[in-house]
Design a protein. Structure first.
Length: 194
């Protein structure tokens, strides 16, 4: 099966793709759910920023952030893995483009790029349930001034994908960004059980 490359974030050179048959056709930086991250990064690169979630004692999954000159379209990647998986099978992958003067620098520009990406994604995944959620308060910001603007996709197998703008307040800190992500059904179920 031909894999589809999600290369449209920065270039916006859209092309007519055939319909995707499953979530594994959704790629970020050439990687898909179910791939081994060891095909792309060293164990040291993966474990360098290894973190568990602070809001749970569960150590079933961990996440890592990758900043690498190997990345072509994104400023960073966040990957999730099962803790005891020696093959580092990707359970979630997200790519972020940080707000900057040379790229996205306003909420409106981020939403515009998100919507352009969504035009392609919704054609690829017509069978997925789709939801648009604008101006949602970002749960981790106690000031309630940070917002998310998301387009969410749910697949019948339980996988989840989203294209989101995270617009952080000065009080919260952090860097606002556009994020494209996809989670496996196993990770989605675990997150929803927390």
């Amino acid at each position: 099966m031909k894999r589809l490359f999600l290369i449209l974030i920065l270039t916006f050179s859209f092309q007519s793709w055939t319909k995707a048959e499953g979530v594994r056709d959704f790629q970020i930086e050439g990687m898909s759910l179910g791939d081994s991250a060891l095909d792309y990064f060293t164990i040291e690169e993966i474990n360098n920023n290894k973190k568990f979630y602070s809001n749970t004692d569960s150590k079933i999954f961990f996440r890592t952030e990758i900043y690498s000159n190997k990345l072509n379209k994104y400023d960073n990647l966040m990957l999730h893995f099962k803790e005891n998986d020696p093959n580092y099978i990707i359970e979630s992958i997200s790519g972020a483009i940080f707000f900057s003067e040379s790229s996205i620098n306003t909420t409106q520009k981020c939403i515009k790029k998100r919507n352009l990406i969504d035009q392609e994604v919704k054609q690829l995944f017509e069978i997925a349930d789709r939801e648009v959620v604008e101006d949602k308060i970002y749960a981790w910001d106690k000031s309630k001034k940070s917002k998310t603007h998301s387009i969410n996709y749910w697949f019948k197998e339980g996988h989840y994908a989203a294209i989101s703008c995270y617009v952080f307040s000065k009080e919260f800190g952090g860097t606002s960004h556009l994020k494209v992500m996809v989670n496996s059904a196993d990770l989605s179920d675990w997150i929803n059980s927390l």
